[in-house]
Write a protein that binds this ligand. Structure first.
Ligand code: ADP
Ligand code: MG
Length: 319
């Protein structure tokens, strides 16, 4: 039975690229670059709540870091460091090695140094603290949206939820669509480049982890504005092309969690910059609505012009 220290040394100690002192001492030493603020965020993934206990450990390693880095992206911060607190029921070294492989693959791709953590026996639970850097005064919060701003979303929200529906047997996707949706669910790509590029353009931003409608509510609340979502402009086509029926596709798009796309507001004057950004990043940016002065009111305008309150809520862990 390997000791906790053997496990840490073997699986979680890698050369750190930009850190004064990383794993192995009582604390890590990190230094933000001149003029930068540290953006710090933590997220817990609990077996049975956030993932199935038999999930492929390599994908889980990737996702554990990805969901935390997504929060940094949503602030317009550049990911730099992470800490990993891990509770494991057994010291299953094959599982731990695969988990670490996924985690470090993500870390290498996104320039993150793993600088510390904690390893203990217990029910499977993964907690990452991610630290990034953003120039002072340039972070994009949830609170800066103004009535009259456009509402935008990156990429293809709804894919991860469709992948989950497929896993549950609620829908049968054709092979290509299944691969693509399961990939979105198990290996999310946080929109780091988009988040950085949106500094100075987006007035408010967050990453969609619990569903577009539910998470939009946070912007409305923090910015004290309302929103008119235009159903005709929602990027539904790619979801319908998977073979999903229109109801399911719409529910996944509006209420599905786990996509880690960025939802942001920007003034109409930013439309040309956003069009240029879309081609530079090779990432669709969809304008899906407008912000209104009606504090916290969310209305959907259907394709036929009727207005209604949304029927799809974000996933709420305690509802
Ligand atoms: P202490 O008892 O002083 O907290 P630990 O024995 O918990 O130290 O950890 C030893 C070193 O290993 C520390 O630098 C800690 O940050 C690091 N560490 C522990 N677990 C992990 C992990 N899962 N991933 C990365 N670093 C870890
Ligand atoms: Mg410790």
């Amino acid at each position: 039975m390997p000791s906790e220290f053997d496990l840490i040394r073997r699986h979680f100690t890698r050369p750190a690229a930009h850190t004064e002192l990383a794993v192995g001492d009582d604390a890590a030493l990190i230094a933000p670059r001149a003029g930068m603020r540290l953006a710090v965020s933590t997220d817990m993934l609990v077996a049975g709540t956030h993932f199935f206990a038999d999930t492929d450990p390599e994908a889980l390693g990737w996702k554990t870091l990805a969901v935390n880095v997504s929060d940094l992206a949503a602030m317009g911060a550049e990911p730099r460091w992470a800490l990993l607190a891990l509770a494991l029921p057994t010291a299953d070294e094959a599982w731990i090695a695969a988990f670490a492989r996924g985690l470090f693959a993500f870390a290498a791709r996104f320039g993150v140094d793993l600088v510390g953590g904690d390893t203990t026996r217990g029910p499977l639970n993964l907690c990452v603290t991610a630290i990034g850097e953003v120039p002072a005064g340039e972070a994009v919060t949830r609170a800066g949206a103004r009535a009259g701003d456009d509402l935008w979303v990156t990429g293809q929200p709804g894919r991860a939820a469709l992948g989950l529906a497929h896993l549950r047997g609620d829908v049968v996707l054709d092979a290509d669509a299944a691969t693509c949706c399961l990939d979105a669910l198990t290996r999310p790509q946080p929109r780091v480049d988009a988040g950085l590029a949106l500094r100075g353009i987006a007035t408010a931003m967050l990453d969609v982890s619990d569903g577009l409608v539910g998470d939009l509510g946070h912007i409305l609340e923090c910015s004290n504005v309302g929103a008119l979502l235009d159903a005709a402009t929602l990027p539904l086509e790619p979801l319908l092309a998977t073979g999903a029926d229109p109801r399911l596709a719409r529910r996944c798009l509006l209420a599905g969690g786990d996509d880690y796309e960025l939802l942001f507001s920007a003034p109409p004057s930013a439309r040309p910059s956003l069009a240029a950004l879309q081609s530079r990043l090779g990432l669709p940016l969809n304008r899906i609505g407008t912000l209104t002065p009606d504090a916290r009111q969310l209305v959907i305008r259907e394709a036929d012009g009727t207005l209604r309150a949304p029927d799809a809520r974000g996933y709420d862990h305690f509802a």
